[in-house]
Design a protein around this ligand. Structure first.
Ligand code: ZN
Length: 297
């Protein structure tokens, strides 16, 4: 292992030539998109190939009804993200599941870090990604409980200067069309949609025969106007941490959902790569923020 500068210039030149040769081969799509699978030298090329665009697929560990694995969100978001980067290359950050899940602390297997740690870890993770060349970071959200956390985190980037942009891609989107759904009620968590998706990503982990053993019905135990928020709303309505009916899930619906989700991720990667404006405008904002009294319309 050579760490110092005690290397003959010829060796450095040879190494550089080998490196360049390898770039040509690997640039044709042979680089792994997975951060943890790349060598240090390949990582350098991966940053070039991705134009500094990196995905942070964000999952969680929580109960998913009586029939899906604790890591369903993590497994599904990584499946969709991996498929997406096969179409549009970007570097994929390793497993990340340090999100907001206080509402499932009463269920076995939930891992719920403090809010302070969630924000700090996410900030330090994006800082480290950016320090390594990921100047465009797309957080791909796979967990409904993060829907407030992630926009807040994105907004909080305005507080201090950063030399990178954080984009947040919301959870899976259901687009119009596709196979007709069999369930008619609310389908928020481990229900028909999510169970169908998992039948595509990890069919071996779906225990469909157990899906009807608990109720995922809305128990409507709190009555408040739509525009009044309270943290207990989820537990009040879905105390079994199950919302919907997973027993009617089909692979067909999962394939439709996944196809659309993957397409949305591909679209987000392409948009981030093409975005020349956000970083410039962000820098303009940071600069002006230092002396607000000089700011004129
Ligand atoms: Zn989920």
């Amino acid at each position: 292992m050579i760490r110092s500068g005690l290397v003959a210039p010829g060796i450095i030149l040879a190494a550089a030539i080998v490196g360049l040769g390898a770039t040509g081969v690997r640039a044709q799509g042979k680089l792994s998109p997975k951060w943890e699978e790349l060598t240090a030298a390949d990582f350098r090329m991966a940053v070039q190939q991705s134009k500094g665009t990196c995905l942070l697929p964000f999952g969680i560990l929580e109960k998913h009804g009586p029939h899906l694995p604790l890591g369903t969100d993590l497994l599904n978001v990584r499946y969709a993200s991996l498929e997406a980067v096969r179409t549009e290359y970007a570097i994929l950050f390793p497993e990340y599941y340090f999100g907001q899940i206080f509402e499932a602390k009463h269920e076995p297997g939930t891992v719920a870090y403090s809010l302070e740690l969630q924000l700090k870890l996410l900030q330090e993770t994006t800082e480290e990604m950016a320090r390594n060349g990921c100047k465009k970071i797309v957080i791909v959200n796979g967990h409904g409980g993060n829907e407030h956390l992630l926009p807040l985190f994105g907004q909080a980037q305005m507080d201090k200067p950063h030399d990178y942009i954080v984009y947040v891609l919301d959870g899976e989107r259901s687009r119009p069309g596709g196979p007709a759904k069999k369930s008619t009620g609310i389908d928020y968590h481990a229900g028909e949609n999510e169970t169908s998706n998992t039948m595509v990503s990890h069919p071996d982990l779906v225990h469909l025969d157990r899906a009807a053993s608990e109720s995922g019905a809305d128990q409507k135990r709190v009555n408040l106007p739509e525009d009044v928020y309270t943290g207990i709303w989820w537990y009040a309505r879905f105390p079994n941490h199950y919302s919907g009916d997973g027993s009617v899930a089909t692979k067909e619906l999962g394939e439709w959902n996944m196809k659309n989700w993957i397409a949305a991720i591909v679209e987000a990667i392409r948009a981030a790569k093409a975005d020349e404006q956000s970083l410039k405008i962000q820098n303009e904002f940071y600069e002006k923020s230092k002396h607000p009294l000089d700011t004129r319309p």
